[in-house]
Design a protein around this ligand. Structure first.
Ligand code: MTE
Length: 319
C-alpha cells in the first residue's frame, strides 16, 4: 500500500492545532485528568502553574539575549512540535514523559570530516563547556513564535574540539530513531530519522546554540532532551531535537523536511517575511500568549549577527 506522506501544511487541521483550540482542549484535558487523578499527583503538577526553581545555578547571562517577555514555562513545555511523539501540539508533552530515561546513557557520535571524531556519553560531551542562559525568539514555520530562556553553549565550541578538516562544508545532525521510545516513528509522516543540517559557517556562528535546558532546568523530553540545536534566525524545524549524531560532510545534507516537501522546505529556511511558504504567508506571526499577530522580522530579528553570511545570495532561490 502506498502511503502518502503528509507535509507540514498538509496535515489535517486536527493535527496542526490552532493555539486557541489547543488551549481549550488542554483545559478540558487538564480538568479531566486532574479530576481523575488529583489524589495521586504532586501539588505543583495539579496546579499546572509552576515554573520550576532553576537547578542550573549561576548561568552566564548572554549578551545575545532578547529582553522581550518570556513565553510561559507552561506553554513552552506543552505546545510543541516533536513528530517522533505525534504530530499534534499536545502529544509530545503527553507522550514523552518517560523520555529519554530508557535511552540513558545517551550517546552522541561526532564523526565525518574531522580530525577528532568520537563517541561520547552525554555528561562527558557537555562537561568541557560552560553553560549560559540565552533568551532567544523561536519562530515556527507554521506562524507562531515563542521567547525561551535556553540553557546551552555555542555549537562553535564543540566544533572547534572536533577539528573539522577542509572538506567539512556542512554539518549534519540526526535525532534518535527508536520506535520503542518514540511512538510517532511508527507513522510514516516523515522519512525517519529526523535529519537537519547547517552550512559550516552557520554552525560556527556565535548565535548557534547547543541547548541542554530551558528555564534553568534540564530539557524535558518534549523539548528535545537531553541535547538539541537552537538556530534562532531560522524556522523552528531547523532546531533539531534529541541529537545522537553530529557529522561533518562535504555535500549539503538533505533534511527530513526537504525530502518531504522540496518546494516548501529549503535547506536554508532563514526566517524571511518576504518569501512566503507556497501555501501561506510568512509576513506575520502570533507570539504564543498574545492575541494580536505581529510582523515577522527578517532573520527573526537577528540580521545584525547573521545577514553577512548570505551576502550576494538570492534568498528566494536559496529559501
Ligand atoms: N526535531 C525533531 N527531531 N522532530 C521534530 O518534529 N520539530 C521542529 C523542531 N525540532 C522537530 C524537531 C519544529 S517544527 C519546531 S517549531 C521546533 O522543534 C519546536 O521546538 P519546541 O517544541 O521546543 O518549541
Amino acid at each position: 500500500m502506498l502511503i502518502k506522506k503528509p507535509r507540514l501544511g498538509e496535515l489535517p487541521a486536527s493535527e496542526i492545532t490552532e493555539y486557541g483550540v489547543y488551549l481549550n482542549r488542554r483545559q478540558f484535558l487538564n480538568s479531566a485528568a486532574i479530576a481523575a487523578t488529583a489524589s495521586m499527583l504532586p501539588l505543583s503538577f495539579a496546579r499546572g502553574d509552576s515554573t520550576p526553581e532553576p537547578t542550573y545555578k549561576e548561568l552566564v547571562k548572554s549578551a545575545y539575549s532578547t529582553e522581550e517577555s518570556l513565553t510561559t514555562f507552561e506553554s513552552v513545555t506543552t505546545y510543541n512540535n516533536f513528530y517522533e511523539f505525534g504530530t499534534d501540539k499536545a502529544s509530545p508533552a503527553l507522550m514523552a514523559t518517560e523520555f529519554p530515561d530508557k535511552a540513558k546513557p545517551w550517546r552522541v557520535t561526532i564523526d565525518g570530516e574531522c580530525d577528532k571524531p568520537g563517541e561520547y556519553d552525554y555528561d562527558d560531551l557537555i562537561k568541557p563547556f560552560s553553560l549560559e542562559e540565552r533568551i532567544y525568539r523561536l519562530r515556527c514555520v507554521e506562524g507562531w513564535s515563542m521567547v525561551i530562556p535556553w540553557v546551552g553553549f555555542p555549537l562553535a565550541d564543540l566544533i572547534k574540539k572536533a577539528q573539522p578538516n577542509s572538506r567539512a562544508k556542512f554539518v549534519e545532525f540526526t535525532t534518535l530513531n527508536d520506535p520503542e521510545q518514540m511512538p510517532g516513528l511508527n507513522r510514516n509522516v516523515l522519512d525517519w530519522p529526523y535529519v537537519e543540517g547547517l552550512r559550516i559557517d552557520e554552525a560556527m556562528n556565535p548565535l548557534t546554540l547547543i541547548s541542554v535546558g530551558l528555564y534553568g532546568n534540564e530539557l524535558l523530553g518534549q523539548n528535545g532532551a537531553p541535547i538539541r540545536l537552537v538556530v534562532p534566525w531560522k524556522y523552528g524545524f531547523k532546531s533539531i531535537k534529541s541529537i545522537v549524531r553530529i557529522r561533518f560532510v562535504e555535500n549539503m545534507p538533505r533534511s527530513a523536511w526537504m525530502k518531504a516537501g522540496p518546494n516548501e522546505y529549503g535547506f536554508y529556511s532563514n526566517v524571511n517575511p518576504d518569501v512566503d511558504h507556497p501555501r501561506w504567508s510568512q509576513g506575520r506571526e502570533r507570539r504564543i500568549g498574545e492575541f494580536l499577530k505581529r510582523k515577522t522580522e527578517m532573520f527573526n530579528g537577528y540580521g545584525e549577527q547573521v545577514a553577512q553570511m548570505y551576502t550576494g545570495m538570492d534568498l528566494r532561490k536559496y529559501f
